[in-house]
Design a protein around this ligand. Structure first.
Ligand code: NDP
Length: 247
C-alpha cells in the first residue's frame, strides 16, 4: 500500500525513532503532523521533511494533557481533512531500582507511556470509525515482553502497550477496518537513556554498549514503514526488532 498523501501523526517526533520515522515517511510522500514538546526541534524537522518534498506541520503538544491531544487531532483534520495513521511513539524511560522509590518518575512514566498513548487512541478513533479506515501504530518495547532490574514500572507500562494493542486489534480491525500494529524495539541509540536519574541503573547500563551494538532509530522506522505498507488485508500485529547481538 502506498503512503502517498496518507495523513500521518507521529508523537515523539522531536528525536530518535519518531524523527527517523518522519524522515522515512516523508520520502514515501506521506503528509506529516509532527508532535512533541520541543518546538525548536520540530521546526527544524518540519523544514527538513518539507525540503524532501513532503507536506508537514508541527504541533507542540504534551500528550499527558488530553485537551492538547484532542487539539492535535482536530488541527490535523482542519489542515489535512483526515487522519489515516497515528504513530503513538512518544515515551520516557527513567529506569530506577524500586527501593529508591522514585514515585514521581513512576507516575510520569504512567502518564506519558500509558495515559498519553490512550489519549491519542481516544482522540483519533471517532474519525477513524467514521471513515471506516485507519492504522494505529503503538511503540512498545522488548520491555513489553520481559522484565529486567530497574524496569519494574517501565516494563509495566510497555506490557500495557502490548496488551492494549492486542485488545484494540481484536475489536477494531474486523469491525472498523482500523489496523493496529505494536512495535517492540530492543536497544536503540536515541536520547531515551537521558531520562534516567538513578546512578545504580546508569552504572548498570554503562557497560551495555560494549556487550552488543545498539540498533539505529532508522532500523525501527523501516519496521514501521513495513507495517504501514502492507495491503489492507494484512494486519502486522506485532514486530519485535532486536540487535542481532542482544541476548
Ligand atoms: P527519545 O528520547 O529520542 O524520544 C522520545 C520522544 O518522546 C521525544 O520526541 C520526546 O519529545 C517525546 N515525549 C516525551 N514526553 C512527551 C510528552 N509528555 N508529550 C509529547 N511528547 C513527549 O527516545 P526514543 O526515540 O528511543 O523513544 C521512542 C519510543 O521508543 C518510546 O516509546 C520508547 O519507550 C520506545 N523504545 C525505545 C527504545 C530504545 O532503546 N531507544 C527501545 C524500546 C522502545 P519532547 O521531549 O520534545 O516532548
Amino acid at each position: 500500500m502506498s503512503l502517498k498523501n496518507q495523513v500521518v501523526i507521529i508523537t515523539g517526533a522531536s528525536s530518535g525513532i519518531g524523527e527517523a520515522t518522519a524522515i522515512l515517511l516523508a520520502k514515501q510522500g506521506a503528509k506529516l503532523v509532527l508532535v512533541a514538546r520541543r518546538t525548536e526541534r520540530l521546526k527544524e524537522l518540519t523544514n527538513q521533511v518539507t525540503g524532501l518534498g513532503a507536506e508537514a506541520i508541527h504541533l507542540s503538544t504534551d500528550i499527558t494533557q488530553n485537551h492538547e491531544v484532542q487539539k492535535m487531532v482536530s488541527t490535523t483534520i482542519e489542515h489535512f481533512g483526515k487522519v489515516d495513521v497515528l504513530i503513538n511513539n512518544a515515551g520516557i524511560m527513567p529506569l530506577s531500582m524500586v527501593d529508591k522509590i522514585h514515585l514521581d518518575e513512576w507516575v510520569r512514566m504512567v502518564n506519558v507511556n500509558i495515559t498519553g498513548l490512550m489519549y491519542g487512541v481516544a482522540a483519533v478513533l471517532p474519525s477513524m470509525i467514521q471513515q471506516q479506515n485507519g492504522h494505529i501504530v503503538n511503540v512498545s518495547s522488548v520491555a513489553g515482553r520481559k522484565l529486567f532490574p530497574g524496569g519494574a514500572v517501565y516494563c509495566g507500562t510497555k506490557f500495557f502497550v502490548s496488551a492494549f494493542s492486542e485488545g484494540l486489534r481484536m475489536e477494531l480491525s474486523p469491525r472498523h477496518n482500523i489496523r493496529i500494529t505494536c512495535i517492540e524495539p530492543g536497544a536503540v541509540t536515541t536520547e531515551l537513556l537521558n531520562t534516567i536519574t538513578d546512578e545504580d541503573v546508569l552504572n548498570m547500563l554503562a557497560g551495555m554498549k560494549e556487550n552488543f551494538d545498539f540498533l539505529e532509530a532508522e532500523d525501527i522506522a523501516e519496521s514501521i514503514l513495513y507495517a504501514l505498507s502492507q495491503p489492507n488485508r494484512v494486519n502486522i500485529s506485532e514486530l519485535l526488532i532486536t540487535p542481532r547481538t542482544q541476548g
